[in-house]
Structures are given as C-alpha cells and as structure tokens.
Design a protein around this ligand. Structure first.
Ligand SMILES: [Zn+2]
Length: 72
C-alpha cells in the first residue's frame, strides 16, 4: 500500500508543478504581445508585427498605403 501512496503523492506533485510552471508563462506571453487592430481591415495583429502610423496600426504595408493618402 505504501507504493500506491507514493505514486499518488508523485502524481499530485507532478500535476501541481505542471500547472504552476505553465501559468506564469502564459501570463507573460499575454503581457508581452499586445494585440493591435488594423485600422483598415480590423484584423488583430501583434504590436511587434503591426505597422504603426501615429495612433493607428495596420496589418500590412498595403493596408497602410490604402488607408492613408500618398504623401501624408
Ligand atoms: Zn489590414
């Protein structure tokens, strides 16, 4: 019976560690990759991949070109 007890303890510890180690990483990813909305098509892109134009963001150079008049 002792073996079963150890097995159960190990399983609980393993699950607790797994949950504990997985949560902060998920939280960190949510904090680091802020999603911004394309001002032209409304698609959400990570801020790092978006093209910022003042307060607005675009998903691609094409949408930036279409949405903003040339020369501005
Ligand atoms: Zn777009």
């Amino acid at each position: 019976m002792r073996v079963l007890l150890y097995a159960a303890l190990f399983a609980i510890l393993y699950l607790a560690l797994k949950r504990w180690s997985g949560t902060p990483r998920r939280r960190a990813r949510l904090l680091t990759t802020r999603m911004v909305r394309c001002a032209y098509c409304g698609v959400h892109v990570p801020e790092g991949e978006a093209i910022g134009e003042g307060p607005r963001f675009f998903c691609s150079p094409e949408h930036r070109r279409i949405a903003l008049p040339p020369g501005v």
